[in-house]
Design a protein around this ligand. Structure first.
Ligand code: B1M
Length: 650
């Protein structure tokens, strides 16, 4: 069986000779360049100049010698850039960073010191508000002939000469991702709540560009296109970022349009990448024609391998999930990695429908011996028909094997709500009623505008209340803070997702901006001053922004230091602003150790006694918080408010 036959058998839910393996086959299943260099060395292969497969993620092209040695079965065939576009890296005009703009005019930057990746910092449509601006935007030409030069020949070579499957790359990223990247994450989620027609126009413009690309690429590559690659991240660690309802009303019809178009013109299977906890929408993905999901983030909520295979294994292929960089891959022993890989093979491989790959690109902190241990597990346990084949283990093996957890769909994704530590929305509403039930009409309207995520009305009503003589302190204490408590409880119980929560929080931010000067004039004080940032090396800021907004909504004066924040900046913020609460956010296992370093720096500056320190982010835990000497941990933005108040009170 060659690699092409092996992969196609797996995708058709048949057992090939062995589980197909993807190492470096796509931009979502490769290794960080540093890890790749280490792996080559570990395998005793000669030093080579490592080619970068994707400049943004700094992942490597896996060379033929490694592919042959480890038997990778997958190879992407991607379009080239348009004729007019070349990346021009600017090393001078943004202090501390190298940066460039891509052909969608999105700005990307990499920290000069210790930066692992290029990340977005400039979203070209972030200030746009009219349809005309979308129409007049200089969109890249999806059918520029330069993109397609040699595409068919490369596909033919891959399929016929190498006997490998052709994974046909798409135009840049998924339509939703491109919407987020051009508009900006901070704008796109609230737009889903209160600017939807405009946003839909933007989405449809991008969908049309993508379809124009597929219209040309598919007939050109023809019978060689085995798999096409699409990607749209819509989930985080504990659940979807958007509600299933918004997915179904807004995103799914556009996925369907693109996938139907592809399926009508080719036999290709659809590979769809989406990180995080996507269990709730897997049936929808199956319905719109997705054949394989990646990266199967088994550490995310509801994504346990055995349960996924049990519930969806007949209809979808799991492409990934072998070992997760959020777990033992990074800090476990090779034996632990092997055990983990073996368990995933056992779960996913029986009956086909499994393409073995790590959960997402293998990060810069994964030791090479662990990459090899993952591969060894596959050689030992991933051979169908063998004594040790998936599903043919001796009885002794199964003793002590974890049972597939039965997934009970809780209304809530939040650890605090599940544990009963959070107020339910009903309790929060009752409390509001008891404490502030006799609000004037304008304050009632302000409350509704905050809870329903209508920023403009919220600001208007706050100003009207001020004009009517209500004090800033009353507006904040009697309306803003308890309204945001209701919003937080809705988020924790799963009624609200990122868009609704951000829309409310943006309204609150605007209200607080208008009220703060009046509060100072009236001799009022903010509840506390907090400095928050995502730690150095980490540019994920959606969660941090949400925590900052919720803290602001709880009446704190918040100094948002941004993403990629070094220890010195936290230290100076504490000194300059008389900070009482420090918030550290990190989403990468490569940057979590930076949290400990920042705490040490605060100690060394003699400031530790002055502040409480809270941490959060999907890889962090209460145990990790105490290990590094933080005072507290919160799993989400609403819990972060509760914890902050507890810490400051204690
Ligand atoms: Co990235 N990414 N990403 N990413 N990304 C993760 C984190 C990852 C888990 C995905 C995966 O493996 N499947 C993975 C990390 C794995 C690991 O660490 N081992 C990962 C990776 C690897 C990467 C890159 C390296 C690219 C790559 O190779 N794939 C690259 C690195 C960039 C960098 O930082 N230098 C990268 C890039 C990106 C995008 C730019 C595409 C985008 C970020 C956009 C942005 O933030 N401006 C992105 C996204 C969106 C994600 C996922 C899909 C979602 C994260 C998110 O925004 N969630 C994520 C998957 C996942 O989480 N499982 C993933 C929504 C947000 C509201 O939740 O941030 O968790 P969250 O915040 C929550 C809580 O955690 C908590 O409250 C928040 C609100 O409820 N919280 C706190 C957060 N901070 C807190 C602080 C507190 C208290 C609570 O006190 C102070």
């Amino acid at each position: 069986m060659n690699s092409r036959q092996r992969l196609m058998a797996a995708l058709n839910h048949q057992e090939p000779d062995k589980v197909p393996f993807d190492l470096g086959g796509t931009v979502l299943t490769s290794l960080h360049v540093n890890t790749y260099r280490n792996l080559r060395k570990y395998l005793g292969l000669p030093e080579v100049e490592v080619q970068v497969m994707d400049i943004f993620q700094q992942i490597a092209v896996v060379d033929e010698d490694v592919r042959a040695r480890l038997g990778s079965d997958v190879r992407v065939v991607s379009p080239r850039s348009s004729a007019t576009f070349r990346i021009a890296i600017n090393t001078t005009d943004l202090p501390g960073y190298d940066f460039f703009h891509d052909e969608w005019h999105i700005g990307w930057r990499k920290p000069k010191e210790g930066g692992f990746f290029y990340d977005m910092f400039d979203h070209p449509l972030s200030k746009a508000s009219t349809i005309e601006e979308i129409k007049n935007f200089p969109w890249p030409d999806p059918v520029d002939p330069a993109r397609f030069e040699g595409l068919r020949e490369r596909a033919q070579h891959t399929a016929e000469t190498l006997g490998e499957p052709v994974i046909l790359g798409g135009l840049a990223a998924g339509f939703w991702e491109l919407t987020c990247w051009t508009r900006g994450f901070g704008k796109v989620y609230p737009d889903l709540v209160n600017n939807l027609p405009w946003l839909e126009y933007l989405m449809d413009t991008i969908v049309d560009l993508k379809i124009a690309y597929w219209e040309k690429a598919l007939p050109l590559v023809g019978e060689y296109a085995d798999v096409v690659q699409e990607a749209d991240d819509v989930a985080g660690q504990f659940g979807l970022l958007i509600s299933p309802d918004i997915y179904r009303r807004v995103i799914k019809p556009r996925h369907k349009k693109i996938f139907d178009f592809i399926k009508a013109r080719s036999q290709a299977k659809i590979f769809y990448h989406c990180c995080g906890a996507i269990r709730d929408i897997i049936p929808d993905l199956i319905e719109v024609g997705v054949d394989a999901i990646n990266p199967v983030q088994v550490s995310a909520k509801g994504m346990e391998s055995k349960g996924l295979k049990r519930d969806f294994g007949k209809d979808i292929t799991f492409w990934g999930g072998l070992v997760d960089t959020q777990g033992v891959f990074t800090d476990g022993t090779p034996q632990q990695v092997k055990d983990e890989a073996r368990r995933r093979i056992d779960d996913f491989a029986p009956g086909g429908g499994f393409v073995a790959a790590a959960v997402h690109n293998i990060q810069a902190n994964v030791p090479p011996e662990n990459v090899v241990a993952m591969w060894e597990a596959l050689q030992e346990y991933g051979v169908y028909g063998a004594e040790s084949a998936p599903g043919r283990r001796p009885e002794s093996y199964w003793a002590g094997y974890p049972e597939a957890p039965v997934v009970v769909r809780a209304a809530s994704q939040s650890p605090d709500a599940i544990a009963g530590r959070a107020l339910t929305p009903e309790e929060a509403a009752r409390l509001f009623e008891e404490q502030h039930g006799d609000l004037s009409p304008v304050l009632n309207e302000l409350k509704d505008a905050i809870i329903n995520g209508n920023p403009q009305v919220a600001i208007e009503k706050a100003n009207k209340a001020l004009a009517e003589g209500v004090s800033a302190a009353t507006i904040i204490n009697d309306v803003v803070i308890p309204s945001m408590e209701i919003v937080g409880s809705k988020f924790e119980c799963g009624d609200y997702f990122l868009p609704e929560m951000m829309a409310s929080a943006i309204g609150t931010q605007g209200v607080m901006k208008a009220l703060r000067p009046k509060l100072v004039e009236g001799g009022g004080q903010p509840a506390a001053t907090a400095a928050i940032g995502t730690v150095k090396g980490d540019l994920h800021d959606i969660g941090k922004n949400l925590v900052a907004m919720m803290w602001e909504g709880a009446g704190f004066n918040v100094i948002d230091l941004g993403p990629d924040v070094p220890a010195e900046k936290f230290v100076s913020a504490i000194r300059e602003h008389n900070v009482q609460l420090v918030g550290l956010s990190a989403l990468l296992t490569t940057t979590m150790p930076m949290m400990g370093k920042i705490i040490t720096a605060i100690e060394e500056a003699g400031l530790r006694e002055r502040v409480k320190i809270m941490i959060g982010g999907p890889g962090t835990t209460p145990e990790f918080a105490s290990e590094i000497g933080a005072d507290g941990y919160a799993p989400d933005a609403s819990a972060a408010v509760r914890r902050a108040k507890e810490l400051l009170a204690g």
